[in-house]
Design a protein around this ligand. Structure first.
Ligand code: CTP
Ligand code: CA
Length: 225
């Protein structure tokens, strides 16, 4: 469907979204990654585009098609995702970190396939950059949104991330609930704002939730200006 021009909430806004997992190579055939279908991030990209925004979607490997009218950039590792974000963030009004970024990456990538030898093997990992926290640190008027998938203490852990990463909004997702999140088409999200406001978006499709989140962001941008 098409929204009338006047109803579009993100006209003239640039929205950048990270989506999907990142994949960290161990050797030419093995990798470390996270569960993530990319569905939520892609739904957000479509919703932002429908609200009139210029959308930049930076995505790890997923089996989803590029959303119509959205600049979609495919990356593999967290480092590649971070490099794209740093190089293309200057004019971004709204940043949404929705990717399941691998927290650690192998210290060394073996150039040849590692052969199995002993009964145990140890892999040395180093921390990846926190892309969302880096964006939050930038002194900008940008609206910064994060996601938090938690298996316990949902609100407490999500609020900690909101503060630590200097976000305006965090969308908290209780992954202990069966049939929600990850590869599912449905989700339930608790929205927690920097100013203490909160809003529970009840179980719905990721497309419906994405539309709600974009409406919410549009309202907050309007209040700011
Ligand atoms: N995130 C990011 N870069 C990272 C790690 C996380 O941009 N290296 C972003 C995610 O896209 C998400 C938010 O930070 O929007 C929270 O990710 P999450 O994995 O829940 O939190 P972490 O800070 O990594 O903490 P932990 O995994 O220990 O719970
Ligand atoms: Ca993490």
């Amino acid at each position: 469907y098409a929204l009338a021009e006047c109803e579009k909430k993100l006209q003239n806004k640039v929205v950048m979204i990270t989506a999907g997992p990142t994949v960290e190579a161990i050797d030419p055939v093995r990798y470390i990654s996270n569960h993530s279908s990319g569905k939520m991030g892609y739904a957000l990209a479509r919703a932002a585009q429908l609200e009139g925004a210029e959308v930049r979607l930076v995505s790890g490997p997923v089996s989803l098609r590029d959303p119509h009218g959205v600049t979609t950039v495919r990356v593999t590792s967290a480092k590649q995702m971070f490099d794209y974000v740093k190089s293309n963030i200057a004019d971004v009004d709204v940043f949404i970190g929705c990717a399941a970024v691998a927290d650690y990456t192998p210290v060394e990538v073996a150039s040849q396939k590692i052969k199995k030898n002993d009964d145990e093997m140890t892999l040395k990992l180093k921390r990846n950059p926190d892309i969302l926290a880096w964006v939050g640190e930038q002194q900008a008027t940008r609206f910064v949104v994060g996601f938090a998938a938690e298996s316990q203490s949902l609100k407490e852990f999500a609020l900690k991330k909101l503060q630590k990463k200097k976000l305006d909004l965090i969308c908290a997702n209780d992954i202990s609930q069966q049939g929600l999140g990850f590869n599912s088409d449905n989700n339930q999200l608790l929205l927690l704002y920097r100013d203490g406001q909160e809003k529970l978006l009840d179980i719905a499709t990721k497309d419906a939730l994405a539309a709600d989140i974009m409406q919410e962001i549009g309202e907050h941008l309007k209040q700011r200006s």
